[in-house]
Design a protein around this ligand. Sequence first.
Ligand SMILES: C[S@@+](CC[C@H](N)C(=O)[O-])C[C@H]1O[C@@H](n2cnc3c(N)ncnc32)[C@H](O)[C@@H]1O
Length: 276
Amino acid sequence: MSDTTIKETVREKYGAAAREAQKGNQANCGGGSCGCGSGPDPVTADLYHQSETAGLPEGAVLASLGCGNPTALAELRLGETVLDLGSGGGIDVLLSARRVGPTGKAYGLDMTDDMLALARENQRKAGVSNVEFLKGEIENVPLPDNSVDVIISNCVINLSSDKRKTLKEAFRVLKPGGRFAVSDVVCRGEIPAPVRRSMELWVGCVAGALEENEYRALLAEAGFKDVGVEPTRIYQFEDARAILEGVGLDAEVLAREVTGRVMGAFVRARKPASGG
Ligand SMILES: C[S@@+](CC[C@H](N)C(=O)[O-])C[C@H]1O[C@@H](n2cnc3c(N)ncnc32)[C@H](O)[C@@H]1O
């Protein structure tokens, strides 16, 4: 699958998801983990406490397509600069902006125009000025070296066609001592080839997921220290079947193979204080 094909598909699917949220509907990306079947989505449902979503624009909540709650797990301090890789409708950027306060800044970075339009509308509705949404790719972050205190992201790095480059870029823009605090879908062990091959599942956040040890290795290769991968939600057989349903795969057989081996995880790491 070429880099261009992945990016085009991602833009198309998440553009459609943003337009749904603009219309007041719950966003889904039409792929595996998003909007699968009838019940609640096993990956994206119930990620935020009501106390967190209270006061956020409805469009930001409806567009939530993450697999974790990185701002709840990340350490964010007043006055810090945060960057959200693949910010979508902006839910985690708006939550970060609250935490870093008016002396801090929260950037969102996304490559999909409709998502950026939705996020900027959500910012306007939230009435916050310490937020900026940037257009660009997480593989080429449009920010200078050593400019960010904390990198967050929610279910996006698994979609990247060049994860090595993405993690190197995260390292570059972090200040020395800066923190990487990301929710992502991660696998334990090998995932069956048919799942990996499915474009729909890629867009649905599963097929592009890194294997846990590979994730650790790529972070270390980029220069990060103190790498940790903590499962926040391990998808079980029924979850996996729901994810596979409707994408032309033998859901029953594959679900048995992937059960318990795909998880929403919180991935943390640190750029050394002296490294640059
Ligand atoms: C699964 S959604 C998650 C959105 C948001 N983080 C959330 O929690 O709701 C993925 C988002 O990442 C964006 N995205 C995917 N790949 C990207 C890339 N390579 N560069 C920039 N944005 C990307 C998509 O446009 C989409 O808005």
